[in-house]
Design a protein around this ligand. Structure first.
Ligand code: ATP
Ligand code: MG
Length: 766
């Protein structure tokens, strides 16, 4: 149905009113069918024109209508009603006025002269030829050749979806089944846990379970760690692993390792994190402290890292801790320095295969070379266009230089993309062709069908999430299953609204959360504290939460509480009354109380505006950021904006708070129960999606600053291109995960700021 009743108006879904969809969504139960009065759900996805859906099992005679019947329309004068636009004044809330330019409200619905297109087909710049010859075999001749070439070094260099991983699994099965090789002598390595699971599952389909289990298969870290535990269990006990940067920093400070290094002790948290990142990259490149200390380094971060590096290593050694990078170095040194152990492994491991070889770093490569010697049955498989772990020291030069390291290596290239429909392949190739440092590949597509590639332009990140989830809901109704869908994001902020909408729609999803929960972040807790206090002036926990933002010490909270009990008034009311306040302080605190009192009568968006500006929360965050320069506070202002965008969907402060508390609770529940077993939508970062494939892929936030990421744009401003090339490779990886459809979201606003479409959109399509 294309119309609905909203209060006493009839609203119509036409291209001219599509820009009001986001506002109408927040009306919830107020959207009704004029005939049967059932609540309607506004469905606005991507591949279909928006409509209002009746509840399931509804038998309403109007439910498929595009227009209300004429006689009814005449009576209701629907057209006039739909066109009503309320001209907005400056918003006045109690004694506080929000100037119109500051009011980010859901009532600002004047349609633009040119309503944005609901969706747009993205046609690749480059068309790709289809494979003309018929194929009866399960492997293409080039793939078959790769399977049969088992002895000596072999490089398989080919584009995404060309069957590299398929070749690796077929080759493993061939070695075991046809050549009688013992599975325990074959080592199969890849980079992410997900990719390793995928490979084990694919191999499991071709071999008896026992044989598949006996293979030495997994990620570098898992395989190397098993070796270390076997030979030096006491040194590598799991409990001594430093996983997070804050653990490393604590070790350095609490063991007195930095004594006498005042300049290091004075570093801000963010600077330490950056320096630790540099140290990690050096370790992956096997650059040891004594080498680095002699280098003439230019940047501040590198200079900090240079000083910190030997101290960090010494502290770890002294107290028996280790980090992830130590596992790689430890394994390499174990093999290099203990001839007996090395020989044992070299005799045991006869065949080594490495998938995603473009992401190898020096320390991993050196270790692999030791393991594969002397027979060098080393098969490396990869695509230089998919190298996306530069920040961990990986370098596509290793794959491109493989034949120089092993002059007798054979090279096989695969030219047919078997995964994706042709326009998806076309977009990928059009895009990656813009990179300068790459090995150019020929490409054909196996599939004749074009596939579907859409751009869509939601108002903001919240509406984008609704569109994606409506699309999935619509497809599920048509018979699709959850596991066919994946949402791939560049940075974590893109995931939160999507997870919220999936939760509300009760669609199961797979998601591995490693970051701190959005709802638990300090800035978010402060904002919610203010809102809670506005509804309940006696919420002493909420007041305690926000005290730092008012420059009041936590100790004062006890005084406030006892005073509130003595006077028998809500704790918020005592806030301005303490005798110790200076005049200006008392005045501001009284203002905060007045604002929070007014907030009860506001929409959540208006309430947030008042809290950010008039209670000066935004100013407080800015000051704090200057003092601390840690990443958590860098993102504080983005979090304020994300909350604003989320608040737009709710009519009252109470409803918004309920939503946030509900989501926070649900998040805790699904964090506990992940990983889900069974069919579920995949929500994962592009980095983790490597090697995987899905029927339908959504890419949210294809805007400048998100993808390409802001840090790459910074480098471009300084005329550096390598970070931008890595971002392009990331998008190439994302696009090439899709088999049938690819939907790219370009929100018009993100974090409350106007956006520009990613430069990559114009590079790949028309
Ligand atoms: P990526 O670079 O993304 O890791 P890849 O090169 O490893 O991709 P695969 O995952 O092995 O590609 O293959 C992509 C898809 O194409 C898989 O679904 C695979 O089963 C299918 N495929 C590969 N080769 C053939 C073939 N010869 N015939 C039919 N399907 C094939
Ligand atoms: Mg692969």
């Amino acid at each position: 149905m294309k119309f609905a009743q909203l209060n006493d108006q009839t609203i119509l879904l036409t291209p001219a009113t599509y820009n009001r969809i986001a506002a109408w969504r927040s009306e919830g139960d107020h959207l009704r069918c004029p005939a049967c009065q059932a609540p309607l759900r506004l469905m606005a996805g991507i591949s279909f024109e928006p409509y209002f859906a009746h509840p399931e099992n509804s038998e309403c005679a109007w439910k498929e209508l595009d227009q209300p019947p004429d006689e009814w329309l005449a009576a209701a004068s629907a057209e006039a009603a739909a066109a009503v636009e309320s001209e907005e004044e400056a918003v006045k809330i109690g004694s506080f006025r929000l100037p119109k330019k500051r009011a980010i409200t859901d009532t600002d619905s004047t349609p633009p002269a040119d309503p944005p297109l609901y969706r747009k087909r993205l046609v690749p710049k480059q068309t790709i030829q289809h494979l003309s010859e018929k194929q009866a075999e399960p492997l293409h001749p080039a793939q078959k050749q790769a399977v049969l070439t088992t002895e000596g070094p072999l490089l398989i260099l080919a584009g995404a979806g060309s069957g590299k991983t398929r070749v690796m699994t077929a080759r493993t099965a061939y070695l075991i089944r046809d050549r009688g090789v013992d599975p325990r002598t074959i080592m199969v390595v890849t980079f992410t846990t997900k990719a390793a699971e995928e490979i084990k599952q694919r191999i499991g389909q071709q071999l008896p379970a026992r044989q598949a289990r006996e293979l030495v298969a997994g990620t570098f870290h898992s395989i190397f760690y098993r070796m270390l535990l076997h030979h030096q269990p006491e040194r590598w006990e799991q409990g001594r692993l430093l996983k997070k940067d804050w653990q490393k920093w604590r070790l350095l400070r609490e063991t007195g390792a930095l004594a006498g290094h005042e300049e290091l002790l004075a570093l801000k948290e963010g600077e330490v994190e950056e320096a630790l990142g540099v140290i990690s990259r050096w370790k992956n490149e096997y650059l040891l402290p004594h080498e680095m200390i002699e280098r003439d380094l230019k940047s501040e971060v590198e200079k900090h890292a240079q000083q910190l590096y030997p101290l960090y290593e010494a502290a770890k050694r002294k107290h028996g801790w280790f980090d992830f990078d130590d596992m790689l170095i430890g394994c390499y040194e174990l093999l290099r320095e203990h001839e007996a152990i090395r020989t044992r492994y070299q005799e045991r491991i006869r065949y080594v295969m490495i998938d995603e070889f473009q992401d190898i770093n020096r320390i991993q490569y050196e270790t692999v070379k030791l393991l594969a010697a002397p027979q060098n049955n080393l098969c490396v498989i990869g695509d230089d266009d998919q190298s996306i772990y530069g920040f961990r020291g990986s370098d596509p030069q290793y794959i491109l230089g493989f034949t120089a390291d092993f002059p007798d290596a054979q090279t096989i290239t695969l030219e047919v993309n078997y995964r994706s429909r042709s326009s998806i392949v076309g977009l990928g190739y059009s895009l990656i062709g813009n990179n300068r440092t790459r090995w150019n590949k020929a490409c054909k597509t196996f599939h004749q069908e074009e596939g579907e590639t859409y751009l869509f332009y939601p108002d903001d990140e919240e509406e984008q999430a609704s569109r994606i989830v409506d699309e999935i809901t619509h497809q599920l109704k048509l018979g699709a299953s959850c596991g066919e869908f994946a949402i791939l994001y560049r940075t974590h902020e893109s995931a939160r609204p999507i997870l919220e909408r999936l939760t509300e729609a009760r669609i199961p999803f797979h998601f591995t959360q490693e970051e701190e929960s959005f709802y638990d972040r300090q800035t978010v807790r402060w904002v919610l504290g203010y809102l809670r206090l506005s509804l309940h002036h006696d919420d002493s926990a909420a007041l305690k939460e926000i005290l730092p933002t008012l420059y009041i010490s936590q100790e004062t909270w006890n005084t406030l509480r006892s005073q509130a009990i003595l006077d028998d008034v809500p704790i918020l009311h005592v806030l301005p009354k303490l005798p110790q306040w200076k005049v200006y302080q008392r005045k501001h605190l009284q203002k905060v109380v007045d604002i929070l009192t007014e907030c009860r009568n506001c929409t959540p968006v208006q309430a947030l505006e008042l809290i950010y500006e008039d209670c000066r929360l935004r100013e407080y965050l800015k000051k704090r950021r200057k003092e601390r320069s840690d990443t958590a506070h860098e993102r504080g202002s983005d979090e304020l904006q994300q909350l604003l965008a989320a608040a737009k969907r709710h009519a009252t402060v109470e409803a918004f708070l309920r939503h946030m508390e509900d989501m926070s609770q649900k998040e805790k529940e699904w964090r506990k129960q992940q990983p889900l077993s069974g069919e579920a939508v995949h929500v994962l970062s592009i980095h983790r999606a490597k090697g995987l494939e899905f029927d339908h892929v959504f890419l949210p936030d294809l805007v400048e600053g998100a993808l390409p990421h802001e840090y790459a744009l910074d480098e471009v401003r300084k005329r550096g291109w390598s970070a931008l090339e890595e971002e392009r490779r990331l998008l190439y990886v994302a696009i090439t995960r899709a088999r049938h459809t690819l939907s790219i979201g370009i929100p018009q606003e993100r974090f409350g700021r106007k956006t520009r479409p990613s430069r990559f959109v114009a590079e790949m399509g028309r």
